[in-house]
Design a protein around this ligand. Sequence first.
Ligand code: HEM
Length: 512
Amino acid sequence: MVLMIIMASATKISLQLLDWTPSRMRTVEAEQLITVAAAAVLAGIVMYMANRRIRSKRSGGDLPPGTMGCLPIIGETLEYARPNCSLMPGAFLNHRIQRYGVLFKSHLFGEAIIISTDAKVNQFILQKEGTLFKSSYPRSILNIIGKQNTTEIHGQTHKAVRNAVLNVVGTRIRSDKTFSFISAQILKKMETWGGRIIHLQEEATRLSFNLVINQLLSLSTTEHAAEVDYLFQNFEILVDGLLRVPINLPGMPYRRSMQARSNVIKMIERIISEKRSKPDREISDVLDALLAAEGSTVTREVSIDVMVGVIFAAYETTSSIFTFATKFITDNPRVLEALKEEHSSILNQTACATKVALTWDSYKLMTFTEKVVKETLRLANAGDVVFREAIEDVKVNGYTIPKGWKVMPCFIPTHMDAYKYLDPLSFNPWRWDQEHLGNADFMPFGGGIRQCAGKELAKLEVALFIHHLVTRCRWEQVEEDEVIRSRGAKFKKGLPLYFHECNVSRMGDIDL
Ligand code: HEM
């Protein structure tokens, strides 16, 4: 038990280095420094135990090459977590790929781990979910997100939960109501941008939160403004705690994060009680669908953890794609022109040019936009790694991944592979016209039976965001900003943009 706590502490300390975004940038508190020192001392004490633990995990066959780091528990997490000021793979991955090849071992987040940076191996691992591998995320993340969230449930439970999400998100996606709702949320945000400098990263985070909270819980920013604000504030604190020392003492960020998790859960429980008090209600959101699926496999705890996990996974990722798409469009006037052309032509094709409630049919006409979204997903790669565990010894590329070892398929190197993507750092949506890339070369939403259940919704939201951006707004970047790649890609200053105008008066039938 002590070992587990120390492992978790050490992991959080190193993850803290990831925390470079403006909203979350903090000085290291005195308590945390004390914890660092304490963890270092205790880490020495448990070195022997840790080494034994790692050794005991090695079974027959050849492990991939690699190093486990000099520090027990922490292993190589500090090097891995060092922020990289580019969208290209950072020094940690580069050095190891050059030295060991595409498959190598390491020791991250308190656990022995094998990292795969190869497109085909990643695809193989994801496709063998449930037979050779199972989803299994680091304990430090699960303590806050929930031990029964989608990544940790398997078999029938996972199937039932996935169906519940897909049934709602999938069936809703084509409806005019969804198009209207997404557009209204985007325009409500854009309405406040005209004539001022905004930090797009922050605005996009709030926007994507508003969107997902409606799909999952039917909370709207008009009718349930207070609840949405409350959940957003608590989620921001909850996420902040993912990068902190897990000491549950007053004043510590971890305590605040655990408190925020408990606030979120209380709110979800309250919403569940309200829903339960209306027995004949229809299934109108993901929570309804989960409640309907509850039974022997899907328990109330699963429903709640799944809600927390999906809200977190959906809003952080989508907001990053809103932000990077805007940045890439800003930097590439040719792309902006092509987008303007596509979207004004779509507007002209609607019966009345003032009617802007787009439909599934108009979305299908956004063929260039689709490439812009793909190219953004390739470069900004919001879901850059996933975690699995070997169920049995697995032979891969002549090496053995021993049973019980964590495996981390990492997508950045394949998305930036110069052999597959010519001039990989350049934002070139036209590349998707020419290059015939296999599925394995482009996996922004993962793959196999756990492929992102919200991918179509996310792509639609980004396309509609681009539509309103290029048809209504005129903007420029007012200050240089730097990319920081750590947990996903972010902008150091939050991407400050000046919006000369955002013409949201052309609302058509959208009810703001
Ligand atoms: C650009 C935005 C998004 C990206 C890049 C993204 C990425 C991913 C990735 C890589 C996974 C696989 C995780 C794994 O294999 O361990 C995943 C799973 C998932 N995502 Fe997304 N996601 C996005 C948006 C969304 C949205 C908007 C929703 C909301 C409905 C959502 C819901 C889910 C769910 C429920 C899973 C778990 C699927 C399962 O286990 O069967 N995602 N996502």
